[in-house]
Design a binder for this molecule. Structure first.
Ligand SMILES: Cc1ncc(C[n+]2csc(CCOP(=O)(O)OP(=O)(O)O)c2C)c(N)n1
Ligand code: SF4
Ligand SMILES: [Mg+2]
Length: 313
């Protein structure tokens, strides 16, 4: 049996969509975590989808005119207005009585979602439009040479938080975007990783079925920005979960549940040592970063199973 045939069969067994709606041949770097994520997100969304996407690596690599990697209608807009454009499409489809037939996706990188487009995202969530927002989080502005964003973790070396004499990487912590989004009182928020492929599929199906806004954030290792070997992308995505750096959870109607509880986390060092962006760190700084990761996880454990955003429901 050819490798291609084996893949088709395994997809049939798993009940997955074998259609490639984000097709190969795009110009993403080898080992790009974002491209893998989009491929699998589109398997969940299917052919009856409309994608609104912000500027960033994924738009640049997938749509060099006159070519496209997208098998569905795709609209490229500015960072600032993806959620606003998705809101308009939602309203138009409702007017045309076609809303139930379409999976509407707004896709933005971390620079777009955490920083530049956050205002329009917040507005669309508050207005309750039916769409699924997917943030592909590379923890840097990858397309313009890896500048720091609100998603960049504490102490990471980027071109605008350089590890040198004055600072030793980013001095601020990562913005807790999924929790900020959940505070808008939306019904579904989830974190996903390409290393946990079936979990990603299931959460996307749930997100798309919500009658209102839903939000999914995907952890996307970027070999260029993170300075890691491109063979390590899936390994790093897995290690991020196993070290508690990127916990997998859902917040449904304001209640957080873990998709995978990490009772015995791997040391942060295992994850850091594969990435050039952390290679400047001293033992003492790794301990500082570890304390920070532990504190965030403890916070999530503290709200687990409780209606933590209940004032909004
Ligand atoms: C308002 C605005 N500011 C800056 C830019 C330049 N720019 C183009 S792509 C990009 C990086 C986007 O980063 P992110 O959203 O994280 O997506 P990634 O490239 O990492 O996938 C930037 C800063 C722009 N196009 N528009
Ligand atoms: S720079 Fe990073 S995010 Fe952009 S295509 Fe390359 S690997 Fe993907
Ligand atoms: Mg990015």
């Amino acid at each position: 049996m050819t490798e291609e045939k084996k893949l088709q069969n395994s997809e049939k067994i798993a009940g997955l969509n074998s259609e490639e709606l984000f097709s190969s041949g795009h110009r993403a770097c080898a080992g790009c975590g974002e491209a893998l994520t989009l491929r699998h997100i589109m398997k969940a969304a299917g052919r009856n989808a409309i994608v609104v996407a912000a500027t960033g690596c994924m738009e640049v690599v997938s749509t060099p005119f006159p070519q496209t990697a997208w098998g569905v209608p795709f609209i490229h807009v500015a960072f600032e207005n993806i959620a606003a454009v998705a809101s308009g499409i939602d309203s138009a489809l409702k007017m045309q009585k076609k809303r139930q037939e379409i999976n509407l996706l707004a896709i933005g990188g971390d620079g777009s979602s955490f920083d530049i487009g956050f205002g329009s995202l917040s507005g669309a969530l508050e207005r309750g439009h039916k769409f699924t927002y997917v943030c592909t989080d590379t923890e840097v502005y990858s397309n313009t040479g890896a500048q720091r964003s609100g998603a960049t973790p504490f102490l990471a070396n980027t071109t605008t938080s350089p590890a040198g004499k004055k600072i030793h990487g980013k001095i601020e912590p990562k913005k807790p975007l999924p929790l900020i989004v959940a505070s808008h009182g939306i019904k579904y928020v989830a974190t996903v990783s390409i290393a946990n492929f079936f979990d990603l599929q299931n959460k996307m199906h749930k997100a798309l079925a919500i009658d209102g806004p839903s939000f999914v954030i995907a952890y996307c290792p970027c070999p260029i920005g993170w300075q890691h070997d491109n063979s390590q992308t899936i390994n790093l995505a897995r290690l991020a979960v196993q070290t508690r750096v990127f916990p997998l959870y859902e917040i449904e109607n304001g209640v957080l549940t873990f998709s995978q509880k990490i009772d015995e986390p791997k040391p942060l060092k295992d994850y850091f040592q594969l990435q050039g962006r952390f290679k400047h760190l001293s033992e003492e700084e790794i301990v500082q970063a570890q304390a920070y990761v532990n504190a965030r996880y403890e916070f999530l454990l503290g709200i687990e199973g409780k209606k933590s955003f209940d004032v909004l429901y």
